[in-house]
Every structure is written in C-alpha cells, then in structure tokens.
Design a protein. Structure first.
Length: 276
C-alpha cells in the first residue's frame, strides 16, 4: 500500500493509499465500483474491452476526486492480452492492493441476445469463467509474492445470488453454471492464497443495469417482489459492499460469498424468461 499527501485522512478515506484495479470498469457494476473505490481514497486502474470511451469518462471523474486513474484495454479471453493487463497493472504503481473482477460478456442485450444457447455458453465460458479464473491465478500469485502483511491484499469476484437455489429458463441455466463455477473457484482460491490474500465473492441479486433498464413489466415486478426491501438493487449497492470488503474493516473476512439482494424472497416462477 502506498501513502501520499493526497491520501492523508484515513478516517474519511478508508481506502487511502490503496492501488486498486477493476475489470469491466466501463460501466454498470464495474464502473460503479471504480468510482466508489476512488471516493473512499483509492487510486484506480480501470480495465475495458470495447467501451474505452466510457472507461475514459469514469477515469476523468476519478481524477476530479483527486485520485490517480488509468485505463487499460484488453480482451480477458485472450491469453496474451490477459497477461499484458496484469503486467501493466503492476507497472502502473509498482503493485496492486485490491483487484476486483467485474468483467463479463453481455448476452442479454444487443446482438448477443439473439445467439443460440450454445453460443452464449461458449462466450461466457471463455471470458467469465476461464478468463476470470486464469486472471485470478496470475494476480493472486503476484499478491502472494509481494510480501504484504496477512490479509492486506484483496481479490474480489462477482457471482450471482441465485446460484444457491437456481432459476428456471435459459438464462437461469447459463448464469447458474457460469457464476456457480466462479463462486466455487473463489472459495478454493481463498484457501490457496491464505493468509496473505483475502478472497471473497459478491453475489448480486436483481441489479438494475443495462438489461434491467429495458426489461418487461413482468420482470420489473419480479425483481421488486423477490427483494425483501421491495426494490431493484443498484450498481452502487454492490460497489458499497466491494469498498467494505477492500477496507481495513473487513480484514477478518475471507472465503465468503456475500449476497447483495435486499434479502431474497422466492416469488415463484414467471412464465417465460429472457432468451427462452
């Protein structure tokens, strides 16, 4: 962890001096996490794939907060680009304290929503599972070799709250498998990297990102009815939990799956579902 004159108030900025990296930081949950980390005092490296301009916009907001920010583009599904991303991240400020994997393929909106089940599964497996797992192993080993105090380094993945009980339909089957793999991997990685690196998984519920903005009225109602708090979650809700897990307040938390869903309440099956 690096301390400087811009990060001299740990009480007001719990992440002061931290060097953080967020994949998939061009918008949605990843973008919200990057901004929240900066607001809490961290300098942030933002990863983007195709949406470089959006990531640049978030980086500019971070710099306006008085933090350092940089943007690196890479295809996490590509082995060479994945390795270059990690190398550039470590060169940026001679190390990374917190690494958050929020990148993922969007198969619910745009042209990808019309792909077959098998095509969606292949895309998600290449990036969301294989890319994330191999990235975690590279990052985790670097963190482990950095000589930090036990629990000072942090690695976070993004899962899904419905992995635990399942959801009907094509999207439930695909994301249950993909996010289930990441959740299981995270729990094992926490053991492999202990005690030097804290590894946790955030499991969002119904979060109003791109798909939620255009979802049918039936799905809007389902999202609301399945939360005990009676509303959609926001990317900022997830970001707040990520900041807590990255902070000194969470130094005794590792190998955990943290649902961010307003308290899940099963509302029963809904006829039809996205992509069915």
């Amino acid at each position: 962890m690096v301390q400087d004159s811009n990060n001299s108030e740990p009480a007001g900025f719990p992440l002061a001096g931290q060097r953080a990296a967020v994949t998939g930081a061009s918008g949605g949950i990843g973008g919200a996490i990057a901004l929240a980390l900066a607001r809490d005092g961290a300098d942030v490296l933002l990863h983007a794939h195709q949406n470089r301009s959006e990531a640049d916009g978030i980086a500019e907001k971070i710099e306006q907060l008085g933090r350092r920010a940089t943007v690196v583009t890479a295809d996490i599904g590509n082995p060479q680009e994945r390795e270059e991303l990690v190398t550039q991240a470590w060169q940026w400020q001679q190390g990374i304290d917190t690494w958050i994997n929020a990148a993922g393929v969007d198969v619910l909106t745009g042209e990808a929503s019309s792909l077959s089940f098998e095509q969606k599964l292949q895309k998600l497996w290449q990036v969301d599972v294989q890319g994330t797992i191999l990235l975690c192993r590279m990052v985790g080993q670097r963190m482990k070799n950095a000589g930090s105090e036990p629990g000072e380094a942090v690695l976070l993945n993004i899962g899904w709250d419905q992995v635990a009980h399942g959801m009907e339909g094509e999207s439930g089957e695909i994301f249950g498998a993909i996010k289930g793999a990441i959740t299981a991997f995270t729990l094992s990685l926490a053991r492999s990297l202990a005690p030097l690196v804290r590894v946790n998984c955030i499991a969002p519920g119904w979060i109003r990102t791109a798909w939620g903005e255009t979802a049918s009225e039936a799905w809007q109602q389902r999202a609301i009815s399945e939360s005990l708090l009676g509303r959609w979650g926001t990317p900022e809700d997830v970001a707040n939990v990520a900041c807590f897990l990255a902070s000194p307040a969470a130094t005794f938390l590792s190998g955990q799956v943290i649902p961010v869903n307003g308290g899940f309440r099963h509302a029963g099956n809904l006829p039809g579902e996205p992509g069915s």
